[in-house]
Design a protein around this ligand. Structure first.
Ligand code: THU
Length: 145
């Protein structure tokens, strides 16, 4: 699957965002080693701090299928929710907590995950490796694993 297709799958997932408080929808796609995709969207809560990010939702889905170690690539998109779809010109990159959760999949699978960060208008995409977004990560190795 191409980077563009991964981003389009994330955009589609963002349509299911439950984000009535921020009105900011986020979608995430995980490309798995077998070529399949697992998607997620943000899931907000009236108790704001309990909200879940799109990336974490997607990773929890992969884990629930026994596939956390099979994540190969990640795409994220986000923007303001409007009747015409997501709007916004700046790229969305994973928040700090999501970077740490992504590191769990990266370490389990032994991959420095490519992370594609897209703007809602599709005009901007920035691709990074997780190690660039989360240098000197705390991970399983710190616990002797
Ligand atoms: N959000 C994500 O889903 N992923 C990120 O990496 C950044 C933020 C969500 C959380 C909240 O529902 C909304 O975006 C605004 O912060």
């Amino acid at each position: 699957m191409t980077r563009k297709e991964l981003i389009e799958a994330a955009r589609a997932a963002a349509r299911n965002a439950h984000a009535p408080y921020s009105r900011f929808g986020v979608g995430a796609t995980l490309l798995m080693t077998d070529g399949s995709v697992v998607t997620g969207c943000n899931f907000e809560n009236a108790s704001y701090g309990l909200s879940l990010c799109a990336e974490t939702v997607a990773l929890a889905k992969a884990n629930s299928e026994g596939r956390l170690r099979d994540v190969a690539e990640v795409a994220v998109i986000g923007g303001t929710i409007t009747p015409e779809g997501l709007r916004g010109g700046s790229v969305v990159s994973p928040c700090g907590r999501c970077r740490q959760v992504l590191n769990e999949a990266a370490q389990l699978g032994g991959r420095d995950l490519p992370i594609h960060c897209a703007s809602a208008d599709g005009a901007h995409v920035e691709s990074y490796r997780l190690s660039e977004l989360l240098p000197h990560a705390f991970g399983p190795a710190n616990l002797g694993m």
